[in-house]
Design a protein around this ligand. Structure first.
Ligand code: C2G
Length: 433
């Protein structure tokens, strides 16, 4: 007897789930389905799961394909299950291609093509939101993998003016369709992720907002404050939200750190030290991409006081390796920012208070933990480990905004986005001068 085993959360059960169970069953004589427990989903960072474990099991059972249903409760359980149940084949959707190759030493591993179109009834009845990506050249930055960890979302379509870019992207990430007309693209989705840094980003955003689509945008602060204001106004008028993709803003550790700093845990803030190197951030990044993150943290610490701060900059360049020094100085404000492109640097964040220091080592923009050092006390660590690159937390926030119909994110307020754009502009001007 050939035994097949497959796993999933099976939340908001839809056609994609049905298809994989049907095809998994066809690969053998006996199908075991592992349904993830609530605590395992929390542990693996799967967010926004709506149905209870009981309901998810019931839905799998109703298909009639499963001969046995088990519960997946911990990391590493798949190996144990395969050995225990003597499974011959492990099956999972192609959205996980490569991720489960380590199981090949125990049984055959089959990645079945994921269902690209999960049917409009499922989308309507179960409130599944469809995402479309406006793509430029390059990869998706891990966005699609991260979106798989947020239940109730489905990446469906890609748009690009360049037919080849759209086709390649669609094929690479197995999306439902590649669109060459922006209107057709907008008609088939609910949320637009503008992963495109060209001039037309602003037009794409406005076009989508006018069609009442939620918008996620990278490097929003490259736009002028006036353009940002216009986009925000347009979002409000159309009852949707434009969401800025600054990953740090959505991380649990970052909030906790901010709340503690604003509760005086290190006393009055004396200064901020921010260092970031492209070597740690992302090898293909530009100065502005990192500047947005550094200024965002400064803004979250100092708030409106930054408006009147003076900005002094220095710039050293050696071929394509560059170092930028930025000092923000004002009434109650002092931030010292070092940004290196291709330059080795001890990346980290220090918030120096009169009574102690907040320390975030290394890649602080992706922080899972921080430490507070206060005199006469043991250093204390606050840890909120998370998986992936953090994008899923931004998507979770977006889902909450959609469900609760909030008109702006409390993680990055509209007012902060405008101020950030203004600061980015001022820093760039100062460097040019
Ligand atoms: N799936 C699919 N097509 C879709 C959506 C999902 O083929 N449009 C597949 C997934 O690839 C997976 C199964 O359906 O094999 C269950 O999907 P989820 O409930 O989203 O579970 P997932 O988070 O993919 O977990 O240990 C759990 C496994 O790692 C899979």
């Amino acid at each position: 007897m050939k035994k097949v085993i497959t796993y999933g959360t099976f939340d908001l059960f839809h056609q994609g789930h049905f298809n994989i169970l049907k095809r998994a069953k066809e690969l053998g004589d006996y199908l075991i389905v592992g349904v993830t427990s609530e605590s395992f989903d929390i542990e693996r960072g799967k967010l926004n799961v709506k149905d209870s474990l009981l309901k998810r099991i019931e839905n799998v059972d109703k298909t009639g394909f499963a001969d046995e249903i088990i519960i997946e409760e911990y990391q590493g359980q798949k190996v144990n299950d395969i050995i225990k149940h003597k499974a011959d084949v492990f099956v999972v959707g192609s959205d996980w291609t490569g991720k489960f190759d380590y199981l090949k030493q125990y049984c055959e591993v089959v990645y079945l093509e994921r269902t690209k179109d999960i049917s409009s009834t499922a989308i309507r009845e179960k409130n599944i939101s469809r995402i479309g990506i406006v793509a430029g050249r390059g990869d998706d930055g891990g966005f699609i993998l991260e979106s798989q960890y947020v239940s109730g979302l489905h990446v469906e379509a890609v748009y690009s003016e360049d037919v080849n870019v759209a086709d390649d992207f669609c094929q690479k990430y197995e999306l439902n369709k590649a669109c060459y007309s922006y209107k057709e693209f907008l008609d088939s989705i609910d949320i637009v992720y503008i992963r495109f840094s060209g001039e037309k980003k602003y037009e794409y955003a406005l076009g989508a907002l006018k069609q009442k689509k939620y918008v996620i945008v990278d490097n929003y602060a490259y736009n002028s404050p006036e353009q940002i204001e216009e986009m925000q106004q347009c979002a409000k008028e159309n009852g949707v939200v434009i969401c800025e993709n600054i990953i740090t803003a959505y991380l649990r550790a970052f909030h906790q750190m901010l709340w503690m700093v604003h509760s005086n845990c290190v006393g009055r803030i004396a200064s901020l030290g921010i260092k970031m190197s492209s070597i740690d951030f992302s090898s293909r990044t530009r100065f502005e991409d990192m500047l947005i993150y550094a200024l965002f943290v400064s803004l979250k610490i100092y708030g409106d006081k930054l408006i009147n701060a003076s900005i002094n900059t220095s710039y050293i360049c050696d071929a394509d390796r560059k170092h930028y020094g930025i000092i923000l100085n004002g009434d109650g404000v002092f931030a010292d920012i070092d940004i290196g492109i291709g330059v080795e640097m001890d990346s980290g964040l220090r918030i120096n208070g009169f009574d102690g220091i907040v320390v975030v080592e290394n890649d602080w923009w992706n922080m899972g933990f921080f430490q507070i050092n206060c005199r006469d006390k043991y250093p204390k660590r606050y840890s909120f480990n998370f998986d992936g690159n953090g994008t899923r937390y931004m998507l979770q926030e977006l889902m909450i905004m959609i469900e609760s119909k909030t008109d702006e994110s409390t993680r990055v307020f509209y007012k902060e986005s405008k101020l950030l754009a203004e600061l980015v502009g001022r820093v760039k001007e100062s460097i040019k001068a």
